[in-house]
Design a protein around this ligand. Structure first.
Ligand code: NAP
Length: 264
């Protein structure tokens, strides 16, 4: 068998690149889109975390954990114990607390953090916005505005309006308010977006709505009510976004994917 080429047995794969572990803080449409795209990147192990704010969350990732971490200390421990290499905060623009926790914890552990946050809505010609910094400020101006209000803020901050007994509220949310929570007078609509323009226009007319209260969430899914309000000349009390941490930020899923590729 002299001269015959001898093949070496395959080497133990010492040089194989260890996959990076990415934690995505989710709960938004953008997070869901990001998870789908990031799952296609080789060498990434993705873990998704959801707050479990809705009874039937839209989960499209196999490796999903649910519920809070237990503050900054809890999240910091989690990042260490789970050997997380990269963190993306793709939570709702009004989920202020988790975003600040993420910024502090990522810094403490020394891992890169990126915030994916959709751009806010911009006021268009013909729209009447009353911009306020909080629900309390919104509640203060409502009595001078209308007695029939479309309250589209979800279910968590209804108590700020519960003392307004002379106003009738149409309140839209995904799940009903918690049993012990204070709820303003009016009617509750349990619906999950996206909402289309024709339906939003009909709703405002049917319930004779005189003003809308909305968070400046941005995005397409709930924007139709703003267009319908413009068409019907209805004012919008627009709650401004809370300040975000000074982390690296992108506004699109494409840019989030570019960031991930740079950090592989
Ligand atoms: P938050 O005030 O920022 O968070 C409160 C706590 O919930 C956090 O400290 C954390 O608990 C836990 N948490 C939040 N997001 C998490 C995630 N992705 N994974 C694990 N734990 C998470 O946010 P929020 O109470 O959820 O909501 C605040 C505002 O955002 C509301 O106006 C709400 O309508 C809006 N919003 C939130 C979501 C969402 O999915 N979170 C979706 C739509 C709208 P620990 O401190 O125990 O870690």
């Amino acid at each position: 068998m002299a001269g015959r080429l001898r093949l070496r047995p395959p080497r133990a794969n010492c040089d194989a690149v260890k996959p990076k572990r990415l934690l995505i803080l989710g709960g938004t449409t953008e997070a869901t889109a990001l998870i789908a795209r990031a799952s296609l990147i080789p060498g990434l192990e993705i873990i998704v975390s959801l707050a479990l704010r809705t009874q039937q969350p839209v989960i499209r990732a196999p490796n999903t954990r649910l519920g809070g971490f237990g503050g900054i200390a809890g999240l910091t421990n989690y990042l260490r114990q789970e050997h997380i290499d990269l963190l993306i905060d793709a939570t709702h623009p009004f989920a202020e607390q988790i975003s600040h926790h993420a910024a502090t914890s990522a810094q403490q552990v020394g891992i890169p953090l990126m915030l994916l946050v959709r751009p806010p809505w911009e006021k268009q010609a013909g729209e009447r916005w009353l911009e306020v910094a909080s629900h309390e400020a919104a509640a203060q101006i409502l009595p001078g505005l209308s007695q029939r209000i479309f309250l589209t803020i979800g279910r968590q901050e209804l108590a700020a309006y519960a003392h307004l007994k002379n106003i009738w509220f149409l309140m839209r949310m995904i799940d009903p308010p918690a049993p012990e929570s204070l709820v303003p007078p009016g009617q509750i609509l349990l619906e999950r977006g996206p909402f289309d323009l024709a339906a939003e226009r009909s709703l405002l007319i049917q319930y004779q709505i005189g003003a809308i209260v909305s968070k400046n969430s941005g995005g397409e899914a709930t924007y139709a009510k703003i267009i319908a309000a413009r068409e019907l000349g209805i004012p919008v009390v627009m709650i401004q976004r809370p300040p975000l941490p000074q982390s690296e930020k992108v506004t699109t899923v494409d840019d989030a994917i570019s960031w991930l590729r740079q950090h592989q």
